[in-house]
Design a protein around this ligand. Structure first.
Ligand SMILES: [Zn+2]
Length: 325
């Protein structure tokens, strides 16, 4: 990658992923605003009532999701997907009401990542469920766009929740020294990820339950090993009776380029090789088992199925929007 290309990517990532968009709006003349579209989508899984809640969306350079693809390869695939060099990644927070627990999987960006995200609380209001009614928060991993919403202006955003995170993820980010030798992104991006994880996780130190993979840690919820994106990143299997759905968290990011080429490596993975192997394994199983899938960064509401694609990779089949839930 050339120096100027790297500089451009670094700046683009810094301005969208992590740093507040200070000053960006100053030069714009105010435009009359249309009301935003709906940010909640209700559906059922067995006897559980679920809501996909939008935290908003990022616009990011496509190249960061495909660090090992040549510009020609990437452009060809982007064209196939009717996409440009800037991609949209949604942030879909899942709320599961089991009847006993009100569980939120991840918390969005909060105030960490600029003003196109951090919409979870605003959209949660439409559900008429209050933050104080959330009884459990499952954290799939400790990146800012998943744990930024732990804290609001008056302390913890979800004051009555218990917090669940994989033992491996918790130990890694709260350990004495954090090393990410295989991380391929810019150094400042790495440092920022470490600072965010440390700061945010310290908020829940007294309320956290660390879970093991492959064991039900909360009725209906079992973690699946999905290491690589971060050292202890997990997918979550949600089951009610015979109905099953897999929340893949950040096993895969973009529903076109990363599904069609699971070996393309995002530059922000802790261990890109391991993440790519994880992606292939988990997605292949979801496709062959025909399991319903929920994807944090796919187009809202992020619910659908996978099928094997001729020549390798997978195709995304989103569920039809249901007006009656
Ligand atoms: Zn993410």
């Amino acid at each position: 990658m050339s120096v100027s290309r790297r500089t451009f990517l670094t700046a683009a990532i810094a301005s969208t992923f992590a740093l507040p968009a200070t000053g960006r709006l100053l030069a714009q003349t105010p435009q009359p605003k249309m009301p935003r579209n709906a940010g909640i989508y209700r559906f059922k899984l067995g006897s559980f009532n679920l809501i996909s809640i939008s935290d908003g969306q990022f616009s990011l350079p496509a190249a960061i999701f495909a660090g090992n693809a040549t510009p020609e390869e990437l452009n060809r695939v982007l064209k196939q997907g009717f996409q440009s060099e800037t991609l949209t990644a949604d942030c879909n927070v899942l709320l599961v009401d089991t009847g006993k627990d009100k569980v939120l999987i991840d918390t969005g960006s909060g105030s960490l990542n600029g003003n196109t995200v951090g919409k979870l609380l605003e959209n949660l209001q439409q559900t008429e469920i209050k933050p104080s009614e959330i009884t459990a928060i499952i954290l799939t991993h400790a990146h800012g766009d998943h744990i930024g919403g732990l804290k609001g202006t008056n302390g913890l955003t979800f004051p009555n929740a218990r917090y669940f995170i994989s033992k491996r993820e918790w130990s890694f980010w709260t350990g004495r020294s954090i090393k990410l030798p295989k991380f391929k992104g810019p150094e400042e991006m790495k440092q920022q990820a470490i600072d965010i994880a440390r700061t945010q996780l310290s908020l829940i130190r007294d309320r956290v339950t660390e879970f093991e993979v492959d064991k039900e840690f909360l009725p209906g919820f079992t973690a699946i090993r999905a290491y690589g994106h971060t050292p202890g990143h997990v997918a979550i299997r949600i089951a009610s009776g015979d109905a099953v759905m897999i929340h893949t968290a950040d096993t895969v990011h973009i529903n076109t380029i990363n599904l069609w080429n699971p070996s393309w490596k995002p530059i922000f993975d802790a261990d890109p090789e391991m993440a790519a192997a994880t992606r292939q394994t988990i997605l292949a199983k979801i496709a062959s088992d025909r399991t319903l899938m929920f994807a944090y960064h796919f187009p809202y509401p992020g619910i659908g199925n996978l099928r094997d694609r001729e020549g390798g990779g997978f195709d995304w089949q989103p569920v039809n929007w249901q007006f009656e839930s």
